[in-house]
Structures are given as C-alpha cells and as structure tokens.
Design a protein around this ligand. Structure first.
Ligand SMILES: [Ca+2]
Ligand SMILES: [Ca+2]
Ligand SMILES: [Ca+2]
Length: 539
C-alpha cells in the first residue's frame, strides 16, 4: 500500500471510529441530495439478518431435548458464538445482528407452517422459558430476533378448526365454508385446487387441505391475530415478525392475491403492532414482482418486504455472467421503495440453494454474496449459505441439517440418526473445514458482513447503477453523506485488464475495502474472474 493511501484510509477510519454519521441520502438520484429532516433511524437498517430453521440448525448436547436428532432452541443457543459472540472486537464469528426464526410453534409438519397453537413453542424445540432464555442471550450479544407469524391459515388440526368442522357456532365463521352444492369451480393462482374437503364439508385453503385459510372478514379473527402479536411482543419479547404469505390474507370473489382489503387489514395490523411496541419490525413475504410488492411498503402495510425480483437478478448475474438484468433491477427496485425499505436475499427456504444453482462454484458463490452485501436493503443470509450448503427441491432437500464438522452427521446431532440426512459431501463441506481458512466462503461472508455493518454507505446509503461499457461487468455507487463507494464486479470467468469505468477515471480509486488492498489504478483496473471490488475513491 502506498503511504498516501495509508494516510487517506486512516483519516476515513478515524472518522468512522469517531461515530460520524453522514447525512442520509435517499433514492437512486444521480447526485447526492441532502434530506431536509433526517428521520430517526430504524434499528433494522444497517443490520445483517440470518434465517434459521431451528429443526436443522443444531441438536442440543445437554438438557431434555439433547441428542434426539432434532434441532432445538438449546442447540441454537450452544451455537450462538458462531453467529455472533457478542464481542465486536473479535472477527472469528459471522457477525450477524439479526435472526429470523422459521416457525417455532407446535405443528404437525416438519416445517411448521401449519400451526396448532400460536401461543406455545414446538415441544421438540423447547419451552416458552427456553425461548425467553434464548432471546435474552441474543439481546446480550446485540442480536435482534424476529419470528415467523403464519396468519393466512392455521393447521387443519388446530382445535379451533376441528370445532369449526363440527359446526361449533363459536368458530364456524373463523374459516370459510360453503355448502356442497355451492363449491366454486375456480382454481388458485398456480392452477391449484383451493376448495378443500374434509368429512363432506368444503372450505377454502389456498395452499392445501391441511392449511385452512382463516376468515379475516370476521372481526373475531382479527382480534385473535392482535392478541397473538401482543403475546409475542410483550410476553415473549420478540423484536418483530416475518409475516408469511400475506398477499393471500383476504380474498375478494375469485381474487386471491393483493386485494385492497388485504392491504387495509395489514395497515391496521401494523398500527396495532406499533401501538404495542413502537420499534417492532414487520417483514412481509409478498412473493411477486417489485411493482406489486412495493405497493405494500408504500402503503405502510409492512415495514419491509422481501425483494424476490432482486434475489433472482443477483442469482442470474452470478450464473449467466451478464449484467443486463441486474443493472435494470437495481435501479428499478431502489426507485420503487421508500427509504430502502426492502429485505434482500439470494435464496431462502423456498428456493433451491445458491450453491446448487451455481454448480458449487465457490468463486461464483463469493460473487453472489458480494452483490447481496453491497446492495441496499436489509440482507438476509439463509442458514448454510455461508458455507456453500447444497440443496435443490423438493423442499426437504433445501432444509437439511447444518454440517458443523467432518464427523458423524456433521456434528449436528449425537443421535443415531438426524431427523433428515445431511446433504452428501458434508464431510468436506462444513463449518470446521472453512473456519480457519482465510480463502473459504465462510471467511468471505465474515468479511462481507463486517464491512457492511461498519460502512454506513453500504448499510444505509443510496444507490445508482453505473454504466460499465461491458455486459460482463456490473457496477453501482453507494452514497451516504460525503462517503461514496464504487462497487465493481467482474461477472465473467476471465480476467479483465486495464479496465476503466466509461464515466470516470480510475485514478480516483484508492483501495479495495473487501480485499483490504491499496490500488494503483492509473493504468486501469485488473478485474480478477468472478471478483467483486468495493472501491474507495480519493477525495
Ligand atoms: Ca433435540
Ligand atoms: Ca465478534
Ligand atoms: Ca386467505
């Protein structure tokens, strides 16, 4: 590194260390604009979340649920040091500061998205006291926790549905029944049957017969949803909710998606959540295109929404090696949502794992992770993604146990067998194998998570994509106050020599923050294959 670069970098580092908070910049504007009245920053902006499937994360080694082949809350607690050890000075942990737990309520299914008791913990995962201990331990480490809330439907084995089936007037209208001779002939959004049958009775269930839709036209059901939210926020102390399948909440005739009634219901629900706890977060799963998803955020129906188009575009760029789709999507997404209010990911528990989508190519996985962590929004890492866990549908195969070591069952459990076998190759693809290797995917994720959470321009800044003059190079600028970073990624498998952005000279770049190296870009940048750079310009 040159002396000059060292001095300039030290100056910036000093500013950051002094806690200087640059003024907020909103939107994709070509020039940074200073917001007139900066709003109080929501706690989730600038954080990195991690999505956990408790059943598959870690089986406990002590306590009543130890070594039974099923992951549980105690097991998750035993592995918290891996996620965040609570000490900002150490970098041997992943460093995430948010967790999303997939459903932890009692449920007859392995995944838990059909709930039989909204006020309790799945007995295989622990007790309510276990959850409170877990939450206290997370909060002590600076980790906030949100839980899945499945409002669209309950389990068909929920006692209230069983009573509704029996004709109990107290619960009959909690669900949507029709007489046998009035069953609509309509099918659902994916062409699936939505009118289900049990014991000669016909009811609406958009996903399947085991998940009867709740009837939110009945005020009693809304009151119950409010009570459930209050319970988790007040009695249990969670920091918010991931709201499952909310675009299907309220049907209107044959329309089963995105009805005005659904948006209005969510606006009232969010208001109730904020009355209960003003800083609670709601992240919505509205699985459709940006144009529709962003309506929910603009209407303040939810705080954040998962961005599925952007996830697909990141994956497409890493897979195809071309920037066309991603460059457009970055600008479209950032222009569509207010204040960066969207949640980002590469994949989640409903999608093929990124390692399998990218042919287990570590360089491409690092590239995809780099894009996720340098774009705006609130990023979510799906458990195992950081070590290149493989998996393609059916769903069970993208939700396998986490491989911690090269030992029996990947160190996931001390049981004779885990609830589901580990993915093949776990003997070499596991946490222990990557832990001490600075070139591993895991080490790359650790660097990215740290960089994002220490750089306000990455965590909170505005974005605009840059013309790169090449289809195999994508670039964007992140701006927060006077902090300005340029991200350039070579999507191809070839080295690109003497590269310059068409709009600007390379001489202004001093350092690659990700590689932590000084640059001499006067003769153009050398872009290594499948490599992403976070470039700090000279001022
Ligand atoms: Ca267990
Ligand atoms: Ca640490
Ligand atoms: Ca519904």
């Amino acid at each position: 590194m040159s002396i000059f670069a060292r001095i300039a970098w030290s100056w910036v580092a000093l500013l950051a260390a002094a806690g200087c908070q640059p003024t907020r910049v909103d939107g994709p504007g070509s020039a940074p604009t200073v917001a007139t009245a900066p709003e109080p920053e929501a706690w989730w902006h600038g954080r990195v979340f991690y999505e956990v499937f408790v059943r598959s994360f870690a089986d406990s080694t002590t306590g009543p649920l130890a070594n039974d082949g099923v992951g549980d809350l105690q097991g998750l607690m035993e592995r918290l040091d891996y996620l965040n050890d609570g000490d900002p000075a150490t970098s041997s942990d992943l460093g995430v500061t948010g967790l999303w737990l997939m459903p932890i309520n009692p449920s007859p299914s392995y995944h838990g998205y059909d709930v039989t008791d909204y006020y309790d913990i799945h007995p295989q995962y622990g007790t309510r006291d276990d959850f409170r201990r877990f939450l206290a331990e997370c909060h002590r480490r600076g980790i906030r926790v949100i839980v899945d809330l499945v409002l669209n439907h309950s389990s068909s084995r929920h006692p209230q549905f069983e009573r509704a089936l029996l004709g109990d007037p107290a619960f009959r209208d909690w669900y949507i029944f029709v007489p046998p001779d009035e069953v609509p002939q309509v099918r659902g959004p994916w062409g699936q049957p939505v009118w289900q049958q049990s014991g000669g009775q016909h009811f609406f269930g958009i996903f399947w017969s085991g998940m009867p839709d709740l009837n939110y036209r009945n005020p009693a059901v809304t009151t119950e949803a409010y009570r459930i939210a209050e319970f988790w926020l007040q009695e249990m102390g969670v920091d918010g909710f991931r709201l499952d399948a909310i675009r299907h909440l309220i049907e209107d005739g044959d329309t089963m998606n995105d009805t005005p009634q659904t948006v209005e219901w969510l606006q009232r629900f969010r208001s109730h959540v904020k009355r209960t706890r003003p800083d609670a977060l709601t992240v919505g799963e509205v699985w459709t295109s940006t144009e529709i998803v962003s309506d929910y955020v603009r209407a303040d129906a939810i705080d954040l929404a998962f961005e599925f188009d952007l996830a697909a575009a990141i994956l497409d760029a890493a897979k195809s090696g071309t920037a066309d789709k991603l460059a457009y999507t970055v600008d479209n997404v950032s222009a569509s949502y207010p204040d960066g209010r969207y949640a980002t990911m590469i994949t989640n528990h409903d999608l093929n794992r990124v390692a399998s989508e990218l042919g287990e190519d570590t360089a491409r996985m690092k590239l995809a992770a780099g894009m996720l962590m340098t774009l705006p929004g609130v990023p979510f890492i799906y458990y195992g993604e950081e070590i290149g866990q493989v998996g393609a549908k059916p769903d069970e195969m993208i939700r396998n146990p986490m491989p911690w070591t090269g030992g029996l069952h990947g160190g996931f459990t001390g049981a004779v067998r885990p609830w589901e076998p580990l993915q093949p190759g776990h003997e070499r693809r596991n946490v222990a194998a990557q832990d001490a290797d600075p070139g591993s995917l895991l080490s790359h994720y650790r660097r990215l998570v740290r960089l994002r959470q220490s750089e306000p321009a990455l965590g909170r800044g505005g974005v605009r994509s840059l013309d790169t003059g090449r289809r195999d190079v994508v670039a964007w600028e992140r701006v927060e106050g006077d902090r300005r970073l340029t991200v350039i990624a070579n999507l191809s498998g070839n080295e690109i020599d003497g590269y310059s952005l068409p709009a600007g000279g390379n001489a202004r770049f001093l350092r690659d923050l990700l590689g932590d190296v000084a640059l001499d870009a006067s003769g153009g940048l050398t872009l290594a294959p499948h490599r992403l750079y976070v470039l700090l310009p000279a001022h």
